[in-house]
Design a protein. Structure first.
Length: 248
């Protein structure tokens, strides 16, 4: 079980299956000939020669000479950290190019689909990352259902959002929790109005100047993110009509 786990970690770091098996074998047996390494790794000797050369290039093999014999030993596992650091740096250097490709709009509109709680959380993190100071952050919501998806995360999200210099307004389904949130609206930097009795929501709607998020709260948990100026404007106008029609 431990061997399988360690092999999996090595392949995650970018080693091939053969490279992972050979490096792990060398760690276990110490300096050895290719023949012994092949036996320990359960790989053909002819294959091990090329694998050892590949590991040497990665800095994971040390060559030792004893008499007339050439022995190969695994480099200190700390070298794995160096490989990981190099990969991180490679990604960091290339990230602006990836981001540029990701942000290509093909016009002025994009529609993205997210499924599952992890994807939904990334959508909300993107909202507070992209909303700018003094901009509107508008919500139509069923608070209980929204919070109950992951109470710890969404309460923390609410606190972090409250610290932003933005204008948060909510139209929420009436409930005891909604009224409690309205009582604390100044504490959390938001204004709340209660929707009419009998309103039943199973979707959370968020509008910021850049996008509209339609988040389904019931299974399957999913969200549609629309970036289109006309769609954003329409949803904003509908929100304002409802806001003006409701009492404080």
């Amino acid at each position: 079980m431990q061997k399988r786990r360690l092999l999996s970690i090595l392949t995650t770091l970018g080693l091939t299956e053969h490279e992972s098996a050979v490096y792990l074998a060398m760690l276990a047996i110490g300096p050895a000939t290719v023949l012994k390494i092949a036996a320990a790794a359960e790989i053909k000797r002819t294959t091990v020669y090329s694998v050892v050369e590949a590991l040497k290039i990665k800095g994971l093999v040390v060559v030792q000479i004893k008499g007339f014999k050439q022995l190969f030993a695994a480099a200190d596992p700390e070298q794995l950290q160096t490989i990981l650091d190099n990969r991180r740096q490679l990604l960091a250097n290339a990230l602006p190019e990836f981001s540029a490709l990701y942000n290509l709009k093909g016009g002025e509109s994009t529609i993205k689909y997210y499924e599952g709680l992890a994807g939904i959380k990334s959508v909300y993190e993107g909202l507070i990352k992209d909303v700018r100071p003094k901009e509107d952050y508008l919500i139509i919501s069923h608070r209980e259902q929204w919070l109950n998806l992951d109470k710890e995360f969404f309460l923390d999200f609410t606190k972090r959002r409250a610290k932003l210099p933005i204008k948060i307004r909510l139209l929420v389904q009436d409930s005891a929790l909604a009224r409690e949130h309205k009582r604390l609206e100044q504490t959390f930097n938001k204004k709340i109005k209660l929707l009419p009795p009998g309103t039943s929501l199973n979707t959370n709607l968020v509008i910021i100047p850049k996008r509209v998020v339609i988040h389904q709260l019931e299974t399957p948990i999913m969200a549609i993110v629309i970036e289109n100026p006309s769609v954003v404007r329409l949803h904003r106008e509908l929100f304002e009509i409802m806001w003006r029609s409701l009492p404080e």
